[in-house]
Design a protein around this ligand. Sequence first.
Ligand code: FAD
Ligand code: DLZ
Ligand code: SF4
Length: 512
Amino acid sequence: MSTKKLTLILGDQLSLANKALSNTTTQDIIVMAEVHDEASYVRHHKHKVAMIFSAMRHFAEHLITLGYQVRYFKIGDNIRSIEQAVAQAIAEHDHNIDSIQVCHCGEYRFEQSLAALNKLKPVTFFPVVNAISSQETFNEWAKGKKQLRMEYFYRQLRRQTGVLMEGEEPVGGKWNYDANNRKRWHGEPQVPAPVEFEPDQITQQVISDVNEKFAHHPGRLDKFAWPVTKAQAEQLAEHFFTHLLPNFGDFQDAMDDSEQWLFHGRLSAAINMGLLDPLVLCQQAELAYQQNKAPLNAVEGFIRQILGWREYVRGLYWLHMPSYKNRNALAADNPLPEFFWHANTKMNCLKHAIGDTLEHGYAHHIQRLMVIGNFSLLAGLSTQEVTDWYLAIYVDAYEWVELPNTLGMALWGDGGIMASKPYCASGNYINKMSNYCKSCQFNVKKTAEADACPFNALYWHFLDKHRAKFTNNPRMALSLKNLDRKSPEELADIHQRVEEISRDLIYPTMQQ
Ligand code: FAD
Ligand code: DLZ
Ligand code: SF4
């Protein structure tokens, strides 16, 4: 009897460009599994679980129409681990399977589980799905460098891919137009209505399954509208390039309580699952510039997010794991406040940023970094609890991308591997970039009074507490100089205010 290969396709590998799939014939067996423990080891938002399961079911159907043999385990089959699914599929084929093949995945923990499949059959690994550069390229670039700054890896990848290049020079003469991308939005230009996808029969069944099996996870599925097929993801991308990209750059960092997504494309989850090719998206953005459909600051800004940040964080994650996860440079260990799970807080910016997140499993970059992340940093929230929350709550969260962004960029937990200075800011930044403060009951101009914006006292308290760590950091010099201008009385009032904030606002439910 001839032997077959078993190709394992995971929930974030849903692409026909998957190299393990390219090495699969119609005689081989493809295994896909909705794994109970994967969906629940953190309490993943219901939108995230539903998006992954529905996209997996749609992808499996597509593979079947292409003639492949797919053994698909649904959540109702009660598969607890990926090993159980693979072992069961091997048994069903009378052990007539001689090898397992799979692409490298997006999480160190899960990669260990894949390596352990070796005890069933020999495992062959293929490159990770939807990466533009390889880990070898990143490691080679990182070798011998004291600091690994995104900007320089990005430039290397611009040169290597030729994206937005004129020969050896960047288009327009500059590599980075970020300085142009910091406008506040005042209601104009109008934000086009978002593209939403009506759940089809497969998605409706998934919604019902997720509601039954993961009822205690955050989120509600009555407004589920994420793309679950490549065609839908491409429609979302098309909408972005046509209607949003022209203003994406200008308002990239803006926030507004009436338009939670502004000009962000919300493409990240589809890219991370394999539904959209990141390099193709960069090339499409470049084409929009060449055809005068979008300005350079918007196009370069978008390309930098993907070719720069997305490639860089993956390289950094795999370079530093597994020790990276346990870093906690500022010894932050305060418990996650309850309001992270219900958004019921008087701080208007957090109410919106967390509220949007809980509703859709999504918030844009500045909400994640400068509102929720900044608050977590200033309040000294436990790095472990905050990173678990981000991993669970965002539809696009896979550890390779979530951890460097949260632990490294937002919390400075890696001690500066990722960010040259902590992204700490007072309420002033939030007031500059949003309209949240206008309808907040706190006063963003005050610091220590009973009605003062909590971000202000927390900010000075944070600087004072960690002063010694930052004295030698030239990028913190100005902030520390301003701190030095505070009198001992002012500092005492600030610390007193932080105690009140902690008691009355952050942990009100902990009071006896
Ligand atoms: P846009 O703003 O339109 O950007 C375009 C694309 O660039 C995104 O779709 C994404 O693929 C990529 N991108 C942008 N910023 C980053 C970044 N910093 N790192 C990696 N890729 C980036 N992104 C995730 O995909 N998964 C996460 O789990 C995640 N966690 C984050 C946690 C924190 C604390 C912060 C500050 C950022 C995090 N990000 C994460 C990055 C970013 O917030 C999201 O990628 C972005 O908000 C997705 O929305 P969008 O598709 O509209 O992005
Ligand atoms: C995130 C996730 C969830 C919630 N569920 C599954 C699943 O049931 N089956 C699966 O194959 N993948 C799932 N994933 C994505 C995995 O966590 C992902 O494959 C790892 O992060 C490795 O990249
Ligand atoms: Fe947030 Fe402070 Fe502004 Fe209120 S005043 S919205 S708490 S930054």
